[in-house]
Write a new protein. Structure first.
Lengths: 400, 231
């Protein structure tokens, strides 16, 4: 028999009370871990979206928002298209403060015989693009050639397969990393490929309302502002100098997303705080009751030679074992709830949601365990202190 | 003298609304010698158990000193006193003192594991001597009051203490078990040189006493020393 086995034996001796303590700490761990993962995933999603866009300003046709919400395209993968004359690109480049201007052309495929999947097709110019190109380069060393496409991670096509869009077979050469946004369901190609796809769409009679030559159409221009220039000033200049377009700051498109994220983070933090306080108070009462119930037992331990510190250690060890078991169960259950249902959470929240990398999740799990241990230790510390001050003589006379 | 108490007092304040002290023990001086069995008799509430707790280092006296060998128990810090109690003082308290989560053998081994490892052979020897070896693997809840008392005694004796303080060690026992326990204590006193103090109501214990004290109203008067073997 080893003395270090005593806390575990004590806990196993009273399975009902132990189970209640473990469940309580499990609930605490579950709420902390779930909340942390969801908030971090939302933050990652937003960061990823901003990184993927990479632009300071986005220039779109003035009528674009009446056709499709650009934000919904980005966040939820809503398909849609709007067009403006390609000459806008040159006008944008002429504006002072514009360092890089990269065009993109959009096309929505259909859920019909002509198309394998209903996705947003985005054509970009590999020579100037600074938003999608770096992500494609990370996935493949091969440059996109005509009829090559790179697909978002949620598109049901793998590298090497063909993807039929408006009756044309495109070749998947890269699958991009997850962003947790609508961009994960998009297909990327060069502007040359896009011209062929637009023509094919025209042939199929899809009403994209393309009134002029498809080779002269673009949907948006992504602008990188030169160093030393104020983004707002450049944005205003674009709106002033280029007609029939709307220039918006990329960040402003996500202001409400960011606000929602802040709101959700605050709510989650508040809930976690409330659960913490509740768990702490309940654990405090539970440990205090346990000490009262076991006063004689602890007095006997003192009589046998246990020091005050030794008794406190015993008490803290019992609390640590409960917290450890509860923490592991809580984190485990939370993991089962939060990871398989990530897509559902994303859909319900309507916000970019990107599960953080494994090492970050492990760090959050470790932090949750630490927090659970801490609340258990704090709750039992008072009882341990009270216990160490108990008059052994009086405790031994009780219940004789 | 292995254990010596000088002018030991314990006062408690009664909650009567005004300062009103009650002396549980008042000005007691006594000594326990190696190889001597001392019996302390007295009515309920006479202060016997309070005195025993002070002698075992569990209850700080209001006044007076308790020395075990050269060590003044109440000038030591808690860690040192607890370690000393574990190694040198065996205490058998009144009533139940088993740790319910442990088996009988584990209970007997427990004091030894606190600052080292328990001596299982010695533990089994004492369980056997007190005729409860067959209960070594049983839980305390499965034992009778008498068996629990013997288990507590085995637990104290297995540490080979210099001083053994037993509070009503025959309280729950029948005549046969009482005789067995008292004989065991007498044997320990003689064979191991342990100083034994038994606090008891049981007049049977007086038959085994080398020294007999009587306590009344918290006081142990000179005239209460009824006999001393070498006196």
């Amino acid at each position: 028999m080893k003395l270090r086995q005593l806390p575990l034996k004590n806990l196993l001796r009273r399975p009902g009370r132990t189970a209640a303590l473990v469940l309580l700490t499990a609930f605490l761990a579950l709420s902390v871990f779930c909340g942390s993962v969801v908030v971090r995933s939302l933050q990652s999603g937003l960061d990823s979206l901003e990184a993927r866009l990479g632009a300071d300003i986005i220039v779109m046709p003035a009528t674009a928002e009446s056709k499709v919400s650009f934000k919904n395209m980005l966040l939820q993968g809503t398909t849609g298209a709007f067009y403006m004359d390609a000459s806008v690109l040159e006008k944008v480049r002429e504006v002072e403060g514009v360092a890089i201007a990269a065009p993109q052309t959009f096309l929505a495929s259909l859920k019909a015989d002509c198309c394998a999947v209903k996705v947003q097709v985005i054509g970009m110019d590999p020579a100037t693009d600074f938003t999608v190109k770096p992500w494609i380069d990370r996935s493949t060393s091969r440059a996109l050639e005509e009829m090559d496409v790179a697909v978002g991670c949620d598109v049901t096509a793998d590298v090497g397969e063909d993807l039929r869009i408006y009756g044309l077979n495109t070749h998947v050469v890269a699958k991009l990393a997850e962003t947790g946004t609508g961009l994960d369901t998009a297909v990327y190609c060069t502007l040359d490929t896009m011209k062929r796809l637009l023509a094919a769409a025209e042939e199929k009679g899809v009403g994209h309302k393309i009134t002029s030559d498809t080779s002269d159409m673009i949907s948006a221009v992504y602008v990188k502002v030169a160093e030393g220039y104020d983004v707002d000033a450049v944005n205003n200049a674009l709106n002033g100098h280029v007609r029939k377009v709307t220039a918006v700051r990329a960040r402003s498109m996500f202001t409400d997303v960011s606000d929602s994220l802040t709101g959700i983070s605050q709510t989650v933090a508040l809930l976690i705080g409330a659960v913490w306080v509740l768990a702490f108070v309940i654990l405090l009462i539970a440990f205090a009751m346990m000490v009262n119930e076991r006063r004689r037992e602890f007095a006997v331990l003192r009589l046998l030679g246990a020091s005050r510190r030794g008794l406190s250690r015993l008490m803290l060890a019992e609390s640590a074992l409960c917290s450890l078991a509860g923490g592991m169960i809580g984190v485990g259950v939370a993991a089962l709830a939060v990871f398989p249902f990530a897509t559902l959470i994303e859909t319900r929240l309507g916000l970019p949601y990107l599960t953080p990398p494994a090492r970050e999740i492990l760090a959050m799990a470790a932090g949750t365990m630490l927090a659970t241990l801490l609340v258990g230790a704090l709750a039992s510390a008072w009882s341990a202190w009270r216990l160490s001050r108990t008059d052994v003589g009086i405790a031994l006379r009780e219940g004789v | 003298m292995i254990l010596k108490a000088e002018n030991l007092s314990k006062r408690y304040m009664r909650k009567t609304g005004q300062a009103n002290y009650f002396h549980a023990v008042k000005g007691v001086s006594l000594g326990l010698r190696r190889g001597e069995l001392t019996v302390l008799m007295g009515r309920s509430g006479s202060g016997k158990t309070t005195l025993l707790h002070m002698l075992s280092g569990l209850l700080t006296p209001s006044e007076g000193v308790v020395r075990l060998g050269d060590a003044d128990l109440y000038s030591m810090d808690d860690e040192a006193l607890s370690r000393l109690r574990n190694k040198k003082i065996g205490v058998v308290p009144q009533g139940r003192s088993a740790i319910d989560s442990l088996t009988v053998l584990e209970n007997v081994l427990l004091p030894g594991t606190m600052y080292g490892s328990g001596d299982e052979k010695e533990a089994l020897r004492w369980l056997d001597a007190l005729e409860i070896a067959h209960l070594a693997g049983a839980r305390p809840a499965e034992l009778s009051g008498g068996e629990l008392r013997r288990m507590a005694l085995a637990r104290a004796l297995a540490r080979k203490p210099a001083v053994l303080l037993a509070d009503e060690p025959t309280g729950d026992l029948d005549d046969v078990s009482t005789e067995r326990v008292l004989t065991a204590l007498k044997d320990v006193t003689r064979n191991s040189g342990t100083a034994v103090l038994i606090v008891s109501h049981d007049t049977e214990a007086t038959r085994y006493a080398d020294v007999l004290y009587r306590m009344d109203g918290g006081m142990l008067k000179e005239e209460s020393l009824i006999c001393r073997a070498d006196a």
